[in-house]
Design a protein around this ligand. Sequence first.
Ligand SMILES: [Mn+2]
Length: 334
Amino acid sequence: MSYFRKLTNEVNRLTQMFGRDDKWLIVINADPDAMGSALALRRIMARRVADVGIARVNEIKRPDNLAMMRFLRIPNVMLTPAVKAQYDHFAMVDSQPTHHPDFKICDFSVIIDHHPVKPEFPVKAAFADIRPDYGATSSIMTEYLYNMRIRPGKLLATALVYGIKTDTQSFERHFIEADVKAFSYLAKCADMQVVRKIISSEYHRHWLKYFSKAFRKMRFVGQRGLFVYMDNLESPDILVMLADFFTRVHGLSWNVLCGVIKKQVVVIFRGDGIGRNMGHVASKVFGDIGSAGGHRGAARAEIELEKLGGKPVEEFLYKRLTGKKLPTKEKCPI
Ligand SMILES: [Mn+2]
């Protein structure tokens, strides 16, 4: 019995698509699963067609995804009409043509994906393999490689492992047995040191200055809470990053990071998921003056700055949250 399911028909149909003189472009909306899947499809096509490239429709900003691109040598090419013009055949992995407006410029003849197909947007392609039960497209691609007797090299195996790990949230989110099998098969060839390096690439260098500010401005609330007001910021992502960081401190069970972004007061809540429900806290404290809500472990509130009527933002938020006046820094030891 084969380790993975047999894909004899699919492999035959897929390989018939490839002509010796074809120039193929694999188009993705880049995330780890899409990048891993694209490398796998490129490997499958490599000796069957004249040329194969990979291009993406999105900008990659997350530091871990940038690390994946760098360490696993994923081509850094944006899809543009000029790039498109260099190819005559188009494939897509981990997405469907209606998922992004920029996909429209290509006519896709190969589509391999694991997102559910919406009845109003049927997938039309000469070769389409859509399996919504799979946790990751990288698992489907691993089955193709196995069925074609292609043993993945170290970089490819590492990319696929990371793709499966990301899309299944390390097997905490939806997955099937085929995802587990693909993972354990690939793990033998993958470089787990590189996987760890990618995972731990959590911060951009230019974010570090926000840490020093947060450490200066933090105030403990009671035994287990933390409140940090960060003044004006260019993006709420900075609050999210800091709030996530503080969840890693033992002895803190909740934290609130807040700041003003383009005349909006943004408040990010993080809880340990065991103690009080931060979603409830957010809507109870700020629901009457802004949009507020979330889950037990993570919540958010947004209030228009003008609703504060000119009151100092830090004092206002602290009072609302704790019912107390903002203590002076001396009374708030670190
Ligand atoms: Mn995916």
